[in-house]
Design a protein around this ligand. Structure first.
Ligand code: ZN
Length: 224
């Protein structure tokens, strides 16, 4: 059987973002790398951080979580996928338990309920994802600024599966699909949503160390 993530799940996700072409410079970080893959010089150059995690949430250093939080508050976009709902950084950004009702694999249909949001560009009213791990309500998150997607599961659960929040100068997007043994990241609409999210969540403005807002130099470069 062909492995679902032949180069690791982080590379599966990175390949989706790489489809944005010259607009992006993609690198991956894993816990086993020095400084858990996110030394200051890399974090401080990152416009968008995508976070997927499952069993090792408690291995992430609290000091790194604080640095990521600070970076988001200054403007960096944070995209949290699937079981990342329990990551230290997501719970830190939300300030709640981020607990949810867990059920095993079942059949999911994703509804796009905010079709005008930039993350929903090109996404139909609903699409069938197929077999996916079931997350249900109540999802213990603060009220999102907008719920863009809702998941319906055929064992009788619903879930706010795509939500956005503003945090300081930065934005956070949580997106539920992406269990490691299923095929969500091969689904064309899931891939489109992740690419849309990267483009939307990249900061136009950063807050510098003195607290002053300034235009993101990366985006300025792109406009030339
Ligand atoms: Zn999972």
């Amino acid at each position: 059987m062909k492995p679902i993530h032949p180069n690791g799940l982080h590379e599966t996700v990175a390949d989706i973002v790489r489809e944005l072409g010259d607009k992006v410079n993609v690198r991956t970080a894993t816990l086993d790398q020095p400084e858990q893959g996110l030394p200051d010089e890399i974090l401080n150059q990152t416009d968008v951080l995508i976070w997927w995690g499952h069993c090792a949430h408690d291995k992430v250093e609290d000091g790194l979580v604080s640095k990521i939080q600070e970076r988001v508050l200054k403007g960096m976009g944070l995209i949290v996928l699937h079981s990342g709902h329990y990551s230290k950084i997501f719970r830190r950004m939300m300030g709640t338990s981020c607990d949810l009702r867990w059920r095993d694999d079942t059949y999911e249909r994703v509804f796009c309920i905010s079709p005008n949001h930039p993350i929903a560009k090109g996404i139909p009213e609903h699409f069938d994802l197929g077999i996916e791990e079931c997350y249900g309500e109540r999802f213990d998150i603060p009220q999102p600024d907008e719920v863009i997607f809702e998941g319906w599961f055929d064992i009788g659960e619903v879930f706010r599966s795509g939500c956005v929040w503003n945090r300081g100068y930065g934005k956070v997007f949580y997106f539920q699909p992406g269990h490691e043994t299923n095929n969500a990241f091969q689904n064309q609409y899931i891939r489109q949503i992740i690419k849309n999210a990267v483009e939307w969540i990249a900061p136009a403005v950063y807050r510098d160390s003195m607290g002053s807002p300034h235009i993101n130099p990366t985006l300025e470069e792109l406009r030339k």
